[in-house]
Design a protein around this ligand. Structure first.
Ligand code: GGG
Length: 351
């Protein structure tokens, strides 16, 4: 029996609704498989936890997470209770940084039965590999002066090691797909970091002659993303470019409620963390209408990560057959509840 230990952190808002839904789906998959067992341990760390304890997780929180195989997170944030910079940096970003989850993978695909704002939506099926630890989101910089002389400086940091590992991961993913990697650059405008990014991409490409490559400036790439989505398979991007592109991808998918993501620790020293792209959505909490697909698709990414790609692909096929049959929550223009969509996915899995 293959046992996989998972730390469940439902977090805030609809995280508490969609994590149990996706956990039920994973338990169903394990039961059907027979040789696989998930052992879930739930942690109540959230903004409500903060109100009681004045911190988002206990002092030994990271040690308690360290020995799990993976972390399955819902959403973090409730600005009515705790400022976002406190809740996010105290839990979500803390885990990403301290567990060296240096790569963020965000697939984007228009599912059957889902209306996309894109006319040629059926060709939209790609993966964005976002460098997750440095780039434009370094915490290096400062502010000086006041009034009309006020000045803010933010440095972007691109290390060879960080850039290379994101690119290597993109090539690895492309080798299992259409064997194409596009690099998002802006070396015609950003004069040090982006030419460096391009040269690392050239070096990494040489080690993967079986993969076709191209490099596009982020502005043109964003336009092609919409007009010629068939040109893309795996896109590797810096922290900022990847962040923007993946939200564009989520928009094209029809709803941020279905977008999944994985934060990967590449050296295997710490657990990776799997979370949907969406936040806690306080406006729909408790109504039973949250879209569970972002979290369930995230569960598929977790299956892939643990070497269960066949099961992961089956789960994605089932999700698509359920959306194709019109089981859609309100964010996708449907009338079905979280429970109805989840139950239908479970019923389909059992067939
Ligand atoms: N699963 C992604 C996540 O929780 N992101 C944090 C975030 O965006 N928080 C703000 C919010 O939930 O509204």
């Amino acid at each position: 029996m293959k046992k996989i230990t998972i730390a469940n952190i439902p977090g805030d808002g609809i995280g508490k609704e969609v994590v149990p839904a996706a956990t039920e789906v994973l338990n169903t998959i394990a039961a059907i498989h027979g040789g696989l067992k998930f052992e879930f341990t739930e942690f109540p760390w959230s903004c409500e936890y903060y109100l009681e304890h004045n911190q988002m997780m206990p002092d030994d929180g990271m040690e308690r997470l360290q020995d799990f195989d993976g972390i399955f997170l819902g959403a973090v944030g409730n600005i009515k209770l705790v400022p976002d910079h406190v809740s996010l940096w105290g839990l979500l970003i803390k885990i990403r940084r301290e567990f060296e989850q240096v790569i963020n993978i965000r697939p984007a695909k228009v599912m059957k039965g889902v209306k996309s704002p894109l006319a040629n939506a059926k060709d939209f099926d790609l993966i964005i590999v976002r460098e997750n630890s440095e780039g434009e989101y370094s915490e290096i910089g400062g502010k000086i002066y006041r009034g009309e002389d006020e000045l803010a400086i933010q440095n972007a940091v691109f290390s060879r090691k960080g850039t290379e590992r994101a690119m290597q991961h993109a090539f690895h993913l492309a080798s299992k797909r259409k064997k194409r990697v596009t690099s998002a650059t802006k070396s015609n405008g950003i004069t040090y970091s982006m030419p460096f990014w391009d040269s690392v991409f050239e070096d990494v490409s040489k080690g993967h002659p079986e993969i076709s490559t191209d490099s596009q400036h982020i502005d043109a790439l964003s336009a092609f993303f919409v007009t010629h989505p068939e040109r893309f398979d795996v896109i590797v991007a810096s922290n900022l470019f990847g962040d923007i592109l993946s939200d564009l991808g989520a928009g094209i998918m029809g709803s941020i409620g279905i977008a999944p993501s994985a934060n990967i620790n590449v050296n295997g020293k710490y657990p990776s963390m799997f979370e949907p792209v969406h936040g806690s959505a306080p406006d729909i909490v408790g109504k039973g209408i949250a879209n569970p697909i972002g979290q369930i698709w995230t569960a598929k990414m977790m299956l892939d990560h643990f070497g269960e790609e066949e099961l992961g692909n089956t789960l994605l096929d089932v999700i698509e057959s359920v959306t194709g049959d019109g089981f859609l929550t309100a964010d996708l223009g449907g009338k079905h509840s979280t429970k109805e969509v989840t139950d239908e996915i479970i019923n389909e899995l059992k067939k």
